[in-house]
Design a protein around this ligand. Structure first.
Ligand code: FAD
Ligand code: UDP
Length: 402
C-alpha cells in the first residue's frame, strides 16, 4: 500500500487547505471524509432548474450545512482564495421580520428610522437610544445595588458594559428596550433555547451598532461567495490530492493509520478521537427544513431573521440570492428556501457550535492535554479544537503552519 506523508481526516476547509499546501510542498496526502461528499460544512448541494426553450439550466447551490458567507480583513487570505476561484460581490444584509414588521440589520440608521417614526438623523437616533439606555442602566444598577452586585460601567466603544450580569442586561444597556424587545429577545431565546437572563453577556457584543445608513452585516474589508459556489473552492484545494469519501477514520484507519502515513492531520471531533474516555463535549446544533418554491423570488433577500416567537424557526435562507443578482434571479423560475431551527444537540446530530461554558471548556482542556501527547498527530479545525472558527481564520491558521 502507498505510504503517504499525511493522512488527513476531514475534507472541510482545514483539511482541504492543509492538503493544498502540503501537496504544493511535494508531500503525498490522502484526504478522507465520512460524508458522501468533500467540503465539510461549506459543501453546497447543486440543484438544477431548467431555464426552458433549450436555454440550458440554472444551478442553485444549496448551503446544506448552513449559510456560509466568506468575510475577512486579511488580504493574504483573500488573495489566496481569489487565486483559486473568483469571488462575487455578495454583501450580507439580513432583514429582520418581527410580527410582520421589517427592519434592516445590523442595527443602523435604517433600523432606527424604521423603529421610530420621529427619528431621521444620527443625532435623533443617538438621543432616542441614550434615553432608553439611561433608563435601563438606572433600573439595573438599582437591582445590582440591592442584590450586592457591582454597578455597571461603560467599557470602550464596541465592548459593551462592564458588570452586565447576562445578555439581557448587556443588550438593554447597548441599544435600549425597543430594539431589545423587537429584535433581540425572542430571536436569542429561540437560538439558544434559554432566557436572555441565563445567557452570558459577551454573546451580544458581536452585534454591530452604527449611526450611518449601512446594512452591511460585516465590518470586514472583503466579503463574497465563490463564483460557482464553495465546491469550486474545495475542488481547487484538493486538485491532485488523493481523496476518499464515505470513509470513517474510526472504522477504517484508527488502529493502523501509521502503516499508511507518517503523520495524521485530524479534523474530526476531539472527544471522539479519545473514545469519549473523559466524557462527551456538548454542542449546539441547527436543523433545516428545505423546500422548493414555485416562484423566482420568494423573499427578496438571502437571509431573513424571524425575531419573534410567532415562528418556530430563527431564519429563512433563500439560497439563490447568494449567487444570482438582477435579471438572473428571474431567469431561474424557481427558488430553494431553508427554514433554520436551533435545536438541542443529541449524539447522532451534526455538531455545529461548541458550547464554551466552564464545564465544557475544562473538559476540552483535558482532552487537549491528551492530544499533545499523541505522536505525529496534528489536531486542527473547529471540531478537533472545540472552537468556533469562521472560514477565513481557518485558512489563515493553515497558511501559518506552512
Ligand atoms: P468542517 O467543515 O466541519 O470539516 C470537518 C470534516 O471532518 C467534515 O467533513 C466531517 O465529515 C469530517 N469528519 C469528522 N469525523 C470524521 C471521521 N471520523 N472520519 C472521516 N471524516 C470525518 N464561517 C464563515 O466564515 N462565514 C459564515 O457565514 C459561516 N456560517 C456558518 C454557519 C454554520 C451553521 C456553521 C456551523 C458554521 C459557519 N461558519 C461560517 C464556520 C465554518 O463552517 C467553519 O469555519 C469551517 O467549516 C471549518 O472547517 P473545518 O474543516 O474545521 O470543519
Ligand atoms: N441576534 C439577535 N437578533 C438577530 C441576530 C442576532 O438578537 O436578528 C443575536 C443573537 O443573540 C445571536 C447573536 O446576536 O446569538 C450573534 O448573532 P450572529 O448572527 O452574528 O451569530 P451566529 O448566529 O452566527 O452565532
Amino acid at each position: 500500500m502507498t505510504k503517504y506523508d499525511y493522512l488527513i481526516v476531514g475534507s472541510g476547509l482545514f483539511g482541504a487547505t492543509f492538503a493544498f499546501f502540503a501537496h504544493k510542498a511535494g508531500k503525498r496526502c490522502l484526504v478522507i471524509d465520512k460524508r458522501p461528499q468533500l467540503g465539510g460544512n461549506v459543501y453546497c448541494r447543486p440543484t438544477p432548474f431548467p431555464l426552458g426553450e433549450g436555454r440550458g439550466e440554472a444551478i442553485i447551490n444549496v448551503h446544506q450545512y448552513g449559510a456560509h458567507i466568506f468575510h475577512t480583513n486579511n488580504k493574504e487570505v483573500w488573495d489566496f482564495v481569489n487565486s483559486l476561484v473568483e469571488f462575487n460581490r455578495y454583501t450580507n444584509c439580513p432583514v429582520a421580520n418581527y410580527k410582520g414588521e421589517l427592519y434592516n440589520l445590523p442595527f443602523n440608521m435604517n433600523t432606527f428610522c424604521q423603529m421610530w417614526k420621529d427619528v431621521h438623523t444620527p443625532e435623533e437616533a443617538l438621543a432616542k437610544i441614550a434615553i432608553q439606555v439611561h433608563e435601563a442602566v438606572e433600573q439595573i444598577n438599582a437591582r445590582h445595588a440591592e442584590e450586592g452586585f457591582p454597578l455597571l460601567t461603560p467599557a470602550p466603544l464596541g465592548e459593551g458594559w462592564e458588570g452586565a450580569l447576562n445578555l439581557e442586561e448587556q443588550a438593554l444597556c447597548l441599544v435600549g428596550k425597543d430594539i431589545f424587545e423587537k429584535l433581540i429577545k425572542e430571536y436569542t431565546e429561540k437560538q439558544w433555547g434559554r432566557s436572555c437572563k441565563d445567557l452570558p453577556a459577551f454573546i451580544i457584543k458581536r452585534l454591530p451598532v452604527r449611526f450611518v445608513f449601512d446594512n452591511n452585516y460585516f465590518n470586514n474589508r472583503y466579503q463574497g461567495i465563490p463564483i460557482g459556489g464553495y465546491n469550486v473552492l474545495i475542488n481547487k484545494l484538493l486538485e491532485g490530492v488523493d481523496t476518499r469519501t464515505n470513509c470513517d477514520f474510526f472504522k477504517e484507519y484508527k488502529d493502523h493509520w501509521r502503516d499508511i502515513a507518517n503523520q495524521l492531520v485530524y479534523t474530526g471531533p476531539l472527544d471522539e478521537y479519545f473514545g469519549y474516555s473523559l466524557g462527551r463535549l456538548d454542542w449546539r446544533t441547527v436543523t433545516f427544513k428545505t423546500r422548493i418554491e414555485d416562484t423566482p423570488n420568494y423573499q427578496g433577500n438571502a437571509v431573513i431573521n424571524y425575531t419573534s416567537h410567532n415562528e418556530p424557526y430563527t431564519r429563512v435562507i433563500e439560497h439563490k440570492h447568494f449567487e444570482m443578482f438582477g435579471q438572473a434571479v428571474y431567469d431561474c423560475p424557481k427558488t430553494v428556501v431553508s427554514e433554520e431551527y436551533s435545536t438541542e444537540y443529541k449524539p447522532s446530530m451534526e455538531q455545529y457550535y461548541p458550547v464554551n461554558d466552564d464545564k465544557n471548556n475544562a473538559l476540552a482542556e483535558q482532552y487537549r492535554e491528551l492530544a499533545e501527547r499523541e505522536e505525529n498527530v496534528l489536531f486542527g479545525g473547529r471540531l478537533a479544537e472545540y472552537k468556533y472558527y469562521d472560514m477565513a481564520p481557518i485558512i489563515e491558521k493553515v497558511m501559518g503552519l506552512f
